[in-house]
Design a binder for this molecule. Sequence first.
Ligand SMILES: *Cc1c(COP(=O)(O)O)cnc(C)c1O
Length: 404
Amino acid sequence: MTHRSGRHFLQIPGPTNVPERILRAMDFPTIDHRGPAFGAMAREVLHGLKGIFRTDGPVVIYPASGTGAWEAALVNTMSPGDRVLMFETGHFATLWRQLAERLGLEVEFVPGDWRRGVDPGALEARLAEDRDHTIKAVCAVHNETSTGVTTRIAELRQAIDRTSHPALFFVDTISSLASIDYRHDEWGVDVTVAGSQKGLMLPPGLSFNAVSAKAQAAAETARLPRSYWGWQEMLTANAKGFFPYTPATNLLYGLGESIAMLTEEGLDNVFARHARLAEATRRAVRAWGLELLCIDEREYSNSLTAVLMPAGHDADAFRKATLEAYDMSLGNGLGKVAGKVFRIGHLGDFNELMLAGTLAGVEMGLTAAGVPHETGGVQAALDFLSGQGGRNQRDTELQDSLAL
Ligand SMILES: *Cc1c(COP(=O)(O)O)cnc(C)c1O
């Protein structure tokens, strides 16, 4: 390996760049996780997390990747053979479905074209048909990280309410929490699944379940086997700031710092920053003459942008050229869109100049890989960010709506 000077650009949509403040906050001795100093630290973190999920209820923390929290949501609330309704929005929805089937659940998987989010109308129609209430849970991925499409969760809640269907509502926010507006309580979500390595700016290794009272009640009668993932043992120990098994102590130090940083910036400002950087990215993509995978502008993701490659060009060859020439990692196409799309991560600890560097790397990488494109993408993004592009009515409205 030769030495590469300067900073590597990690622009995959998770794990994201871990800020210095969080790295420093983790760089402390691991303490006795049954001692008083730990209990005080953990109680503060558990309390602070509620604000990030926008819930008054408990948030369970697992020393696990996001996949573990998917499993936890299901094994705590479901019984063997229960029917769950899921939607094929992309690769992550497909993986969650596979996990549910392996647990012995009966999954009804509504097909999709990987360019749209969950359709509230389709959800409403399916639930209205289910008069015997055989569907026990509705599962949706808020931000589909494989496609750059964000489902409108509040509208799904309204759709469920219009049918008065009693199904539990589970939402994967692994790549949206602390990047895109999300409200566990207000949107009547029963289990919110999240992870540490995306919007929370932490290394991988923690995942979360925010749990409603209805989900806790369901856990009392659910019959899927569970041990490591059991909420009850967690909640009992958490009440005093402890865990039923060894927690990831140093990641919890980092989580405390993450919550402090998000609180200092203000969650609404965090969301507006992500919206602004995402819009600048989309302007760059359009100026390059490339196509976004997401086709409905109400569903554009603010945490990442998935870009379709021109026909005959391989996204992975382009990513390889960009990594070699400019030391930047971009996200690959997953599952059905492998080789066909690349993904620009713009979530977490990120700002205008980091985005400018990222987009410059993409524009130069397109040239390096011989991908046909127009120049001027970086300029279009800079014009938007510096307000120069904001002179027409649509831009003014957009800037107002993003509270710029
Ligand atoms: C990253 C991601 C996952 C998987 O999380 P792991 O930590 O890799 O287990 C699941 N869902 C979404 C939406 C993701 O972005």
